[in-house]
Design a protein around this ligand. Sequence first.
Ligand code: IPM
Ligand code: MG
Length: 371
Amino acid sequence: MNKKIAILNGDGIGPEVTAQALKVLNAVAATFKHEFEYTEALIGAAAIDQTGSALPDETVAVCLKSDAVLFGAVGDPKYDHDPSAKVRPEQGILGIRKALELFANIRPVTTYPSLQHLSPLKAKHLEGVDFIIFRELTGGIYFGKKQTSEDGTVASDECSYAKEEIERIAHLSFQYARKRKKKLTLVDKANVLDTSRLWRRVVQQLATHYSDVTVDYMFVDNAAMQLILNPGQFDVILTENMFGDIISDEASVLSGSLGMLPSASVGNKTALFEPIHGSYPQAAGKDVANPIGSILSVAMMLDYFGLAEEAGLVRDAVSWTLYNNFVTKDIDMVNFYFTSTIGDLISDYVSGKIPGTVKKDNIELRKSTII
Ligand code: IPM
Ligand code: MG
């Protein structure tokens, strides 16, 4: 298979985690005789520094010509502390989501037995936790009209949704629910918000076409609590843009680290794959960030290409590293391995270079020097 992939490294740890994901993609290409052609393009603070824009036209053009986009992260503290900045790195990711009409952001939340001790929850609450968040990505308060009064003392962000915007992601989430445990939970705030009441009406109507799927409705404040109290109750969660942003960060702690979670954003044009974490500037360039969110995003990309066996092998490789305690610093502060070592191990596993019994001592040599 031949595929063109746009690479948007972005800021902070973006380039280094993406580099590991590319190692894994290259190992998949070599093992299964595929050809992946990469084109890098600028986004975020890196793009502002070079072009003055967080999303240069050239980047959009490269993405539109590609079969998929692999995205790293955007964000830089020098903009976070300046609320009056006119150009911001985040405009890069928001802009590309809009330009590619990526209306559905799919965030699977998986737990691994070997990481359960890292979760703030007791192990008994984590058994069998495996759900997917469908976050609407191009509407709601993120993209509504924004206003600040001339004297700068009053500001507003409008939240609006049209029936069609809800229907298209709801259909997708129902189709996924059908292939899973056939349970869908709409998370909203229908006791207060008109937009949420519209979401409920639309989902209730659609539910009649998916009578094999059980639908329940949950207010977002309660959902935030239920995710911690009893996460095993969820299968597919469907929600609007900002609620999805918030509850997916919350859900990521169930897996042990924010660095573990991948995502796929799909819509009307090229699909985009990205870890859910941010640019983590404190760790940038230190080779300590967790590349697994990015590597599992590549697995989602392979699934999207219809390469299920390849995707499965990447996921097996990730599970193998975790099971053998080859983990980054976010997971084990003392016995940790570098970002690049984890990338090497996962790609070696994909290439079939890891023997049944691994000589840990050889890998130990590439371990952190502080232990
Ligand atoms: C995410 C991020 C983005 C969002 C930021 C970087 C704009 O938090 O992808 O979850 O809020 O959507
Ligand atoms: Mg977020």
